[in-house]
Design a protein around this ligand. Sequence first.
Ligand code: AMP
Length: 395
Amino acid sequence: MTLSDLQIQGQRALVRVDFNVPLDSAHHITDDTRIRRAIPTIQALLDGGASVVLMSHLGRPKGPDAGLSLKHLVGRISELLGTDVAFASDCVGDAALDVTQQLKPGEVALLENLRFHPEEKAGDEFFAGQLAENGDVYVNDAFGTAHRAHASTAVIAKFFPEDKAFGLLMHNEIEALNKVLATPAKPLLAIIGGAKVSSKLTILENLVDRVDRLIVGGGMAYTFVKAQGGAIGTSLVEDDMLDKAKRILEKAQAAGTELLLPQDTLCADDFSAEANTAIHPTHAIPDDWMGLDIGPKTRKAFVQTVLESRTILWNGPMGVFEMDVFAGGTNDVAEALAKVTAEHDAFTLIGGGDSVAAIHKAGLASAVSYVSTGGGAMLEVLEGKVLPGIAAIQD
Ligand code: AMP
């Protein structure tokens, strides 16, 4: 169900993209990554003789909101494509149809913000049908919103029973996840970090018996260490997750999964870049000290584990990487991922807001196999959920 399965010559391709880009107060785009990632799909459709109608949401408007108009994006899209982009001041009705019905092969139009209509998020079927009038074939390339059952991401697909497909970005995201979840080269390692067990609990539960090795780092590791009876000082902890952490440790043991926790920790006497620091065993952190990064022994051990693995999924930093003094563990992991990709042809997938930020900060985003564009969507796949946006195309 990729673009090559569609008859597109002379057709209007209605493409759901994720153009939810950040704008500054003057409505200038501050990061156009999401637009750039959709260009190959748009270009492929144009090259195949289609015209293209783009639709997206932007921000969280409660109704029409000039500050969140997609017209602010027209110039940048046009520049990246090297062609004019017509703008329709609404995504449904005459304002949209007057533009989309005039399109000739090779031409591009952009519809106004889908979320100016509450029916979009409500998944309203009538509204989805109105949107569908703007195209002859439907392409979903918005992985970032594929976990939402909205009108433009899921419901609309039923109006194109034979003429729907994933765009190239969406296809690549699904392939990357399949390489980890369905057909991994072994050993398979998942590295899960970040602040809280509670936000990654379902992922940990879903992955613990699928992977060969599971590294738990970052703030969430201290809840595991406390569950094992360790002293963790004033480190981040979720006392209501202690039983759940124990259950994951037991599940790992039962499944024969090697679960690695930090053996030593870089501690600080304050949550600050200027704090005094000291290395302590993670199970014996003194009172009044908090763990803010993995320690030197752990860094070596985690790097070694990465280098021995052939498929690696990474979500969540190993420490408070926003402060350089506590970024060492996260950077080591990023570098090890780049190394194992280059030297051992391993498949390395990075997903979820903070690890994506960390790999960019380390300047290594192009040195790993795939960096996911969909934070929440990717996390839901890792939780074992079927995403509505994917199911709607596959149905
Ligand atoms: P998440 O959004 O759950 O992936 O968590 C990312 C956040 O976890 C980042 O802002 C990190 O600074 C934070 N974090 C990582 N390790 C620690 C730690 N040891 N103590 C407190 N916060 C941490």
